[in-house]
Design a protein around this ligand. Sequence first.
Ligand code: FAD
Ligand code: NAD
Length: 157
Amino acid sequence: MDSREFRNAMGRFATGVTVITTNDGTDAHGMTANAFMSISLEPKLITISIDNHANMLKKIKASGQYAVNFLSDQQQDISMNFAGQKKKEDGVDFGFIQGVPVIKESLASVVCDVEQEIVVGDHTLFIGSVKDVKVTDGNPLTFYCGKYGDYRQKEYA
Ligand code: FAD
Ligand code: NAD
């Protein structure tokens, strides 16, 4: 199986879109990611998976903290900015929670301390101990088959 075939299959798992944010010394650094999982309630733990070649990797290692921001369907431009797909001309407005930069108007921002770091293949999992959350109402941005979309709720009996 080649990489394209694998990605085509993985792309059929519909996800939301997050931007991971951390401190880069005095500045903020962000990266678009959909490899996110909530993993434990007691204690409250989440995980993200970062490519070993991504700039984000050394920035999280240095700061020991990160936030995961769940994007709304109004924030595709922010996703594209932090995936290096298209620069957002008017810049990005960061807020701060416990000193960690977050993306304003995200559906939720989850702020963590790095609890554990596990190198797995060509990615590194950062298990985060959740310190704070902030939530806002809205609809999610989605990613399916390599394309952005939105979510329309349909009720099943
Ligand atoms: P860079 O390439 O240095 O930064 C990414 C972009 O963010 C650059 O364009 C940079 O200018 C901009 N940026 C950073 N900080 C700021 C700032 N303060 N202000 C304004 N702009 C800023 N990769 C993974 O490893 N794991 C995943 O789970 C993952 N999921 C993805 C999901 C989707 C839907 C997409 C589209 C991409 C995903 N990627 C994932 C790929 C990843 O987003 C890109 O490879 C990204 O460019 C890698 O970021 P980097 O940390 O190397 O930083
Ligand atoms: P795509 O077809 O590459 O992505 C479809 C799915 O494949 C993703 O949702 C993810 O589950 C998987 N995938 C893609 N690249 C991967 C990687 N390097 N490691 C592990 N899983 C991966 O969609 P696209 O529009 O071509 O993606 C845009 C860019 O974002 C590509 O460069 C892609 O590699 C990158 N991306 C990386 C990850 C990741 O590192 N986990 C996830 C999604 C997208």
